[in-house]
Design a protein around this ligand. Structure first.
Ligand SMILES: Cc1ncc(COP(=O)(O)O)c(C=O)c1O
Length: 415
């Protein structure tokens, strides 16, 4: 991709950007003088769609005017409003997805079903330094089954002096350990480095070796295109408050491949997973919905879902192909300017990536503080990384240009 160093180029790119209008559909945090901050933190919490508030107000008004009478036609099937959009987002059939709970809660619910260790096959492959919640979840599940995490968890690390896990190391570890593996569980996009793993290939090798495969897609959903059904992924979950802009703590998406819908194995159950026709007859025996919805336990958190419905509709309207196309351009522009203007900055994110670049710079913590004090929102992850993620729906090329100028000032001041 060929870019240019001038500000005029950034302005021109914004004028030509077919997604430019979407910026106006979001609210921006502002500085003391009322100017919008440069918000490159959509990988942590996406910005608020302006229409989110009116959607919540609508539900409040139904609650206020109808009480429980709002439930029948409106709230009982509320989560179904996101089925079609979620399926398109992750490349699934509509029966394979459901929005429910929070991410780590879903991971546990899925592991209860899909991690079934035996004496011979009890091991789990995961990436080293996965997001802490994933480490805790896997460790606690291993312990729940009476195994020792030290013997049962295989962590794949980057090689010595490297930051990125090599795909071939994941594959060779799967092959090497295939007779003892009960599960492969990996983040589709690593939260720290921004590395996108080759999910298609990993899933293929998992299937060839009859090993269950699950992905945490927290940093992938809404960031990169996915084909979970075709890749034959067994299960997955993703939060919706990052790239998808559903609001703090918005309910998570979940995928269970249709191969498992006639499930006879273990599952934690609740009334919301029961056959919709007889649910309110209050039967004492569980008759599962024959789709991923059978894994639901409780009725949907309507107020938490309301903003997400608005955000998902917006994503659906734009389409992942358009989002990805701009994301590739915008992040490659960021990389280009870093390489032109900031020689002391090291990008650790590989080319296989989404929006995010993870960068390391001398005096990183001080540089990060300078950015914060100068109207840039990005984040710091110990020990030494600044994560910068321009979001294709609400960030501009001029913001990337401005960010580089502020970063340049920060580096000059701190060295
Ligand atoms: C990769 C990953 N896993 C798990 C979580 C935890 O999510 P939650 O608190 O919604 O369960 C996050 C949150 O940022 C994450 O990035």
């Amino acid at each position: 991709m060929i870019h240019n160093k001038s500000r005029t180029y950034a302005e021109l790119m914004d004028q030509r950007d077919s997604l430019n209008g979407y910026r106006n559909l979001f609210n921006y945090p502002k500085n003391n003088t009322g100017d919008p901050l440069i918000y490159f933190c959509g990988n942590s919490l996406g910005l608020q769609p302006k229409a989110a508030f009116s959607q919540i107000k609508k539900e409040f008004s139904v609650w206020s005017n109808k009480g429980v009478l709002g439930q029948d036609s409106r709230w009982i099937p509320y989560h179904e409003r996101m089925t079609k959009t979620s399926a398109k987002l992750v490349g699934a059939k509509e029966t394979e997805v459901v929005v429910m709970n929070a991410l780590t809660v879903n991971i546990h619910l899925l592991l209860i079903s899909f991690y079934q260790p035996s004496k011979k096959r009890h091991k789990v492959i995961m990436e080293k330094d996965a997001f802490p919640s994933d480490q805790y979840a896997i460790k606690s599940q291993v312990e729940l089954h009476g195994y020792d995490p030290k013997n049962s968890i295989i962590e794949i690390s980057p090689r010595d002096k490297e930051k990125i896990i090599r795909e071939k190391d994941i594959i060779s570890s799967i092959i090497e350990n295939r007779d003892e593996l009960a599960l492969i569980y990996i983040g589709g996009v690593n939260y720290y480095t921004g590395q996108v793993f080759n999910m298609e290939k990993i899933s293929k090798v998992a299937k060839e070796n009859n090993i269950t495969i699950g992905f945490n897609l927290a940093h992938a959903a809404g960031n990169i295109p996915l084909s979970l059904h075709d890749w034959e992924v067994d299960f997955s979950s993703w939060c919706t408050y990052k790239y998808l802009c559903g609001g703090p703590g918005s309910p998570a998406g979940t995928f269970i491949h249709e191969n498992h819908h006639d499930w006879k194995g273990p599952r934690l159950t609740g009334w919301w997973g029961h056959n919709k026709k007889s649910r309110f007859e209050m039967p004492s025996s569980f008759d599962p919905i024959p789709t991923s919805e059978a894994w639901q336990i409780s009725n949907a958190p309507i107020m938490g879902m309301a903003p997400l419905i608005v955000a998902m509709d917006m994503f659906d309207k734009v389409g992942m192909d358009n989002i990805r196309e701009k994301s590739i351009q915008l992040t490659s522009y960021l990389q280009y300017l870093i390489e032109c203007f900031l020689p002391s900055v090291k990008i650790i994110t590989p080319d296989s990536r989404g929006c995010q670049l993870s960068i390391i710079v001398p005096n990183g913590r001080k540089i990060f503080n300078f950015l914060n004090q100068n109207d840039v929102v990005c984040d710091w992850r110990n020990p030494d990384v600044i994560r910068v993620a321009p979001h294709p729906l609400f960030n501009t090329y001029v913001e990337v240009y401005e960010f580089i100028q502020i970063m340049k000032k920060a580096i000059e001041q701190e060295t």
